[in-house]
Design a protein around this ligand. Sequence first.
Ligand SMILES: *Cc1c(COP(=O)(O)O)cnc(C)c1O
Length: 428
Amino acid sequence: MLNLAQRDQAVIWHPYTQMQTASPPLPIVKGEGALLYDEAGNTYIDAVSSWWVNTHGHCHPHIMQRINQQLQKLDHVIFAGFTHSPAVELAENLLQILPDNQKRIFYSDNGSTAVEVALKMAFQFWANQGFKKDKIIAFRESYHGDTFGAMSVSSRSAFTQPFFQYLFDVLFIDVPIPGKEEDCLKQLTEYSQRPDVAAFIFEPLVLGTAGMVMYKPKVLDELLQICKENQIITIADEVMTGFGRTGEYFASYYLQHQPDIFCLSKGLTGGTMALGVTSCAEFIYNAFLSQDKSKTFFHGHSFTANPIACATAIASLEVLLFPETKENINRIIAQHQAFSAIIKNHPFCKEVRQTGTIIAIEFETGLTSYFNNIRDVLYNLAMENQVLLRPLGNIIYVLPPYCISTEQLQIVYAVILKMADLLEQNKN
Ligand SMILES: *Cc1c(COP(=O)(O)O)cnc(C)c1O
């Protein structure tokens, strides 16, 4: 009899996986809080919130209960010409915590579609008013998803290389990391003078896939100011930073200027169901109101506003607003700060960065024999120690579910120290 991993290998094609060389996948049979359980009963601390989605841990009882209730009532209904209470209630609740200028919620299925919707809204906003604006400004190292529009506004990298010729032209600017703010401001100022710029899309404060690259709210505010002065629509891709990740409900809470459009997914349902949201300011929405049908926003997915997904998101938002969640977030931030002070003295630690509940440690690579396969070496070391960490090259980050305990976080940090020591032992 074949085991599950073998049956998987006969029929499944995994994401971001070189199927020829990848190790067999690990079957997981149960999730509870910060822990994943395999078939043999081993547990793994999910220190990356299962690709940044699982904000409240696995199988949170409050979220599970709301799903069960919804399953008794309505599974799905077409969302053109119909509505339902989970969609309306979720929109109301989201607008309560999004910045004041956000007035409308458009549903889709995931982070990439939330970005597609935002880009199409921005382009058509101008087209509906008779302007020809077809350029987007984005950060050079950004990641906004895997569909074609989202890939177009993402970095030109190994991930998108086979598709370069199909991606639309984008005006890229440098990420304003500390010390590089002036370069970035200068580039945006220059581009902002062009008459054909429709929008500026950005990951606020943290560029996740780039390697948890971080920059300050002050410079983002300056960038937003330039956009406002030049009638450039601003799109905050908060797919990763939303729902408490940076310490506030949204990264945009750290800003004076409010972005015009928000993209949300990942933590939206606490990682339980696939759902995307694009919210916008009133002036964007108004540009689509007309007696002329051609000005309609012609976009929608079969599962738009799926009631189960919306009910899940309502429950996840409720958990986010629990006082204990705020306490947990603050505790994680404090623990990360204390660990920063320790790891930064390690000779193989090149840099430590932290924004809210995200901590990233960049290891020195030049001096170790692991230069080429450092990512796999670090990943395997963590798994052997029953911690799920997914290095981005030589960058290791912790992005935990908020329910992770003090002790569990200490175990994660101990594994990271082991990684640093392993690199040191394998000094050339
Ligand atoms: C993950 C991510 C996306 C894409 O979301 P998917 O649900 O994976 O399509 C978009 N933007 C950012 C900032 C992300 O981190």
